[in-house]
Design a protein around this ligand. Structure first.
Ligand SMILES: [Zn+2]
Length: 506
């Protein structure tokens, strides 16, 4: 079976998934003087390169039929077979220097070998260097008569204004639901796939709007499940691919601030070889719908407040960017979760949580510390080792007052006791910021006082050492030092996420 996105690549203007783009191109080609320099701008998988090739054929076809290339004349055949010397495609991502543009220029000044127009299709044009853009600018300012330039980009913002102003810009975009459906139905018909309307709707719900991704996913579906597809099978397929951690479960875990549970699941998914790009895309689609629901668009049930939702979506977008910068697939998602849950204290997530916070505050006012073991040790004998030994108790004391302060402390490491100042090593700037906020500082200092019996101030320093935070497990009494060391030794073999994160993202 051939690959769907190639087999069903549009061949005519009327095949283009975006009808408005087809209309605009028709208009440009209907005038006597065809524009010579185009910019096709828009997201990946929206059909820019396909449209560029269609355009190349259309302006060279000797026997157009109803505004479309005939597909059978010599010129059409030459181009379709990829043999034509007059269609020049260049990927600016790998040919981005001035020399590359110079050699392109030389070709541009030679007459076409056979076709009416030489067509230059430059992909990812925003990747060109500044010098290369300058050279290109001269070329498109006064293009040789027989040349057409089609510059394609996913990032038009990066193209110099001087160049932009010379180009006829055609904007490509992600597909709307009906457009995606039309695109999918072409394949369903072409491949004689049997599938229910509900199943098609399900696939469209999971789509991120990219025609190419939709075709690829459907290709995978048919390859793994065959040509008779039921909704159940498809749901199963998608849930396996995204690691059986449903978007809703994930949302609930976020709201429940189940950081340990979420990170554990993400690690398990990484072991299972789950595709984290797909997983993240699914989450993004899911939470975007929740965002719209805030403004009564759609009928999703909203669980987070707007501020929390916006912040989480921004973190997912950040994770998308970071995916390209790390080899550890799950890391960007883990960082998003850690940052979100570190930050969420200010945002209301659900009424229960607010109630719980209130109770904690009340408890604090009454200064009742039921169930918390208070250990006081000899003041004179206090040193950093004693602080470390009592760290578990300190965490337990702090926890009822503020869960996230406890989480920040747990992710830090007491490193030095300088008189009455305790130095904590933290591994993220935002941990430092949060711990040092006046309100949180007070909670920590009270915890230190209660457990150590000494008034201590503290200071956070950003992690310089390659050591891990002092790992203390939740809700368990302080482990013995030897257990802890054994635990840390075991971890030596594993890659230290914190260090890796720091190296990569600073
Ligand atoms: Zn033709």
């Amino acid at each position: 079976m051939s690959v769907f996105h190639l087999k069903y690549r549009p061949q005519k203007l009327s095949d283009l998934d975006l009808a408005d783009v087809a209309d605009r191109l028709r208009k440009y080609l209907s005038v006597k003087e065809i524009p010579q320099s185009f910019l096709f701008a828009g997201p990946k998988g929206a059909g820019k390169t396909s449209a560029a090739r269609i355009l190349a054929r259309l302006i060279n076809c000797e026997d157009k039929i109803e505004g479309e290339a005939c597909g059978v004349c010599d010129n059409c055949k030459d181009i379709l077979s990829g043999r034509s010397m007059d269609i020049i495609e260049m990927d600016a991502a790998s040919n981005r220097g001035i020399e590359d543009v110079r050699s392109l220029k030389e070709k541009a000044y030679l007459s076409p070998t056979k076709l009416k127009y030489k067509v230059f299709i430059i992909d990812e044009v925003h990747m060109l260097t500044k010098d290369a853009f300058n050279a290109l600018l001269k070329l498109i300012e006064e293009p040789p008569k027989h040349t057409i330039f089609i510059l394609c980009t996913t990032d038009a913002e990066k193209i110099p204004d001087t160049v932009l102003s010379r180009l006829i810009r055609v904007d490509f975009r992600k597909g709307g639901r009906e457009e995606l459906k039309r695109s999918l139905e072409k394949i369903i018909t072409g491949e004689e796939v049997r599938i229910t309307t509900e199943a098609i709707d399900f696939i469209l719900d999971k789509s991120d709007g990219s025609f190419r991704n939709l075709q690829r996913s459907f290709n995978e579906l048919v390859l793994s499940l065959g040509k008779e597809l039921s909704l159940n099978q498809i749901e199963d397929f998608y849930s396996k691919r995204s690691g059986s951690y449903s978007e809703e479960d994930f949302e609930n875990d976020l709201i429940g601030k189940e950081i340990k549970k979420i990170l554990g699941k993400l690690e398990k998914m990484a072991d299972d070889g789950v595709d984290f790009v797909v997983f993240r895309e699914n989450l993004l689609v899911y939470f975007q719908k929740k965002l719209l629901a805030y403004f009564n668009v759609g009928n999703e049930k909203v669980k987070m407040d707007l501020k929390a939702l916006e912040s989480w979506i921004n973190l997912l977008i950040r994770a998308a960017k970071q995916e390209k910068e790390t080899e550890i697939d799950q890391l960007p998602m883990e960082l998003a979760v850690i940052d979100f849950l570190g930050d969420i204290e200010d945002k209301n997530c659900n009424p229960k949580e607010i109630e719980k916070q209130k109770e904690t505050e009340d408890l604090k006012k009454n200064d009742k510390l039921d169930g918390v073991k208070v250990v006081t040790i000899d003041v004179a004998g206090l040193n950093i080792d004693k602080v470390m030994e009592s760290w578990g108790n300190i965490l337990m004391t702090v926890k009822p007052f503020n869960h996230s302060v406890e989480a920040f402390l747990r992710a830090s490491r007491p490193v030095e006791l300088d008189g009455r100042k305790l130095v904590l090593e933290v591994f993220y700037p935002f941990h430092k910021d949060r711990l040092e906020e006046a309100r949180n500082r007070k909670i920590v200092e009270e915890g230190l006082l209660k457990v150590l019996g000494v008034e201590l101030a503290f200071e956070c320093v950003l992690g310089k050492s390659k050591k891990e935070p002092l790992i203390i497990h939740n809700d368990t009494p302080m482990e013995s030092v030897s257990e802890k060391l054994a635990d840390e030794e075991k971890k030596e073999d594993k890659k230290d996420l914190y260090d890796v994160a720091k190296d990569i993202f600073g």
